[in-house]
Design a protein around this ligand. Structure first.
Ligand code: IPD
Ligand code: CA
Ligand code: CA
Length: 265
């Protein structure tokens, strides 16, 4: 079994489990504050994924959202796992969430899977081999004008503190694009850029498990992923700008402009 097959198997198993719990009463606890939820489904999903991956690759390291760095064998390979991306949606019964599993070697993502169990959408990518949705090759959009672009963003859990100008950036992008959506699952935001649905995605503060698989999907679909200055990004860089490449410079320009405006709210 190769890396991708192993990640796909684990993501499908976890996705099936998550879906079977959608709409059921869940035990919700809070990580830091009331907006930062975690359910028992996040935790169980993570257990299932780790068990499955370690069965196939017992010597790989693991970094997962709920349990942290649980397998530290000093391997050059590390699975980076978000067992349920879109927990708030899931907890409210909104069917927009995913499982995200990336594999890094050194600092580079070499395989990634994002699985949306509600639509049975399996997004996958291996370095140098392209990005796929249920086996069909993906390409980013060809949109060249920001005014004709459909963008997406997300907000961190401390959004009320407006970290890194996140409100200003939202206002500028909304005024200059066709529309800005906010799905609540960063892994799906990346996957939809890879699929050519969204033309661009930015977020001010993401974690490695939100980024790993999605970053590779976008790159392998022909897109670009950087920080807001246009510098090459890795999974440990919280600022993410992912786009079809054509609108990247314009997005950088607007994101920078946002730092100079003053909101009257
Ligand atoms: C969150 C989602 C959301 C993003 C947040 C993430 P979680 O992940 O990806 O779209 O805006 O920054 O923390 O907590 O649902 O796994
Ligand atoms: Ca997440
Ligand atoms: Ca999560």
């Amino acid at each position: 079994m190769d890396y991708l097959q192993s990640a796909e198997k684990a993501a499908r198993e976890a996705g099936k489990y998550i879906l079977s719990n959608l709409g059921r009463t869940k035990q919700i606890s809070f990580k830091s504050k009331e907006s930062n939820l975690v359910t028992e489904v996040d935790k169980k999903s993570e257990e299932l994924i780790i068990e499955s991956l370690l069965k196939d690759f017992p010597d790989f390291d693991i970094l997962a959202e709920e349990s942290g760095a649980s397998s530290t064998k000093n391997s050059e390979y590390m699975w980076v796992i978000d067992p349920l991306d879109g927990t708030t949606n899931f907890a409210h019964g909104l069917p927009i969430f995913s499982v995200s599993i990336g594999l890094i070697k050194g600092n580079e993502v070499i395989a990634g899977v994002v699985y949306d169990p509600t639509r049975d959408h399996l997004f996958s990518a291996a370095k140098g081999k392209g990005a796929f949705l249920n086996g069909k090759k993906l390409s980013v959009s060809k949109t060249k004008e920001i005014k004709k672009s459909l963008l997406v963003t997300g907000f961190p859990y401390n959004v009320e503190e407006n970290p890194d100008f996140c409100f200003e950036r939202f206002v500028i992008m909304t005024k200059n694009s066709r529309a800005v959506r906010r799905l609540g699952s960063a892994a799906l935001d990346f996957a939809y850029v890879a699929a050519g649905i969204f033309d661009g995605f930015w977020e001010v503060k993401l974690n490695p498990w939100d980024i790993a698989a999605g970053l590779l999907l976008v790159k392998e679909a022909g897109g670009k992923v950087t920080n807001f200055k246009g510098e090459e990004s890795d999974i440990f860089n919280p600022q993410i700008l992912a786009s079809n490449g054509h609108i990247h410079d314009k997005m950088i320009e607007l994101l920078a402009l946002a730092e100079q405006i003053q909101l009257s709210v």
